[in-house]
Design a protein around this ligand. Sequence first.
Ligand code: NAD
Length: 479
Amino acid sequence: MTSSHAFWLAGRQVTGEDTFDVTSPWDGGLVGKVALPTDAQIEEAVAAAYAVREDFAATPAHVRAAALDHVSRRLVERTEEIARLISAENGKPVKWARGEVGRAVSVFRFAAEEARRFNGGEAQRLDTDAGGQGRLALTRRFPKGVVLGIAPFNFPLNLCAHKIAPAIAAGAPIILKPAPATPLSGLVIGELLAETDLPAGSWSILPVPNDRMPALVQDERLPVISFTGSEKVGYAIMDSVPRKHCTLELGGNGAAVVLGDYASDADLDWAATRIATFSNYQGGQSCISVQRVIADASVYDRLLPRIVSAVQAQVTGDPADDATDVGPLVSEDAAKRVEAWVREAVEAGAQLLTGGKRDGASYAPTVLTDVPADTTISCEEVFGPVLTVRKADGEGDAFAAVNDSKYGLQAGVFTHDLQAAFRAHRALEVGGVVIGDVPSYRADQMPYGGVKQSGVGREGVKFAMDDYTYERVLVLTGL
Ligand code: NAD
């Protein structure tokens, strides 16, 4: 699957003077060569987006919605080919890659629907005060300006979709920058957008190298930054532009709580299967993968062996094979980091129940118990196929354990108790609580994002549109 890929500058396909290689994390083979934009080309894209911003905001909703619907339909038609591309550049098992394409199909469809109804309009009477007598306020939402969208490697298509689709729906031009390890899937979106009538300049997809990003981040013509990626890079960006609007979708160390009422064989089988699947889903490289299991002491001894055998049942291997559940990590360095963190935990006294082996970029699905609280794996985001399991002494202890983290993205709580569900919703310091399932559940229209070090702001199509726009009030006098 070797080919040369151009990038997208103001809606047209452009080759740069230099290229960089995209290689397979599975076998190191060349997946594609991608053109690098020059400084002059980056400037051209920014200038075009800035110049078109007022026209784009005024583009009729039906035009923007039709373009978004078109991309959604074309993604359906090209699902298999794009899934194979995601799998090749990212190492994600192809069956999960098909799911990612399906999610991007929905993101573009949701964005088309929101484009048709998005308005933000509200009429507010002002005559509740004597000074407002004879006046009326009307509000509408307008784009804040050009969006700079920065995407990570782990969902190379869908997280690009989450930047670009809401921007188009809101009438905000966007410069999208995909991750350097996985730019090809994001560039495919350009092929589909190029088939539409969106104004030139309203979108560019530029694989800008990291060392040239600070200039783009600082550019005053790009007042909105929507970043998904690591805590380190995200906060460095926000700190460097304190006067810009930044949305940060960062990391997590997702917890799944199993409460004492979740105790039948069927309950524990379901919980164990979901936990095993979503701690290893794309090698644990999801910001909401299950990293921590916190099980009530009354169910712990029956749950743990089920989790271990479900983890051992995960099929590892070639991501292109339909049977594979767990492929390689994004790079050998990533696998070596996971290996070092597990070694550190074991040396500190953790019990290794299964896994703990590395082969190149692949790391075996791993379960640890008795992990000391001060180890790296207890405190940081592992971003690999490693699960830690601990006992809790009742609901309060379990919820406190979830909150004992610098992160707060999502949490899962396995319970049938409706009141416990509401207590979890109130107690857990996270952006989302999932009852009856793992923290890894995400529907692309729902508000999504974190608290604490997991980020600032929310995505989910409508919520990203809120983020890209602001309310401007119109006061009518003499009524
Ligand atoms: P990363 O922070 O290394 O890179 C993210 C993006 O930032 C890439 O496009 C990268 O090229 C770019 N970048 C790097 N240096 C930059 C700079 N100086 N200025 C501007 N941009 C720069 O993250 P990653 O390894 O690609 O992704 C993994 C991380 O993303 C994990 O922490 C994961 O939890 C997080 N993530 C969060 C969510 C969420 O929605 N909360 C979703 C997926 C991934």
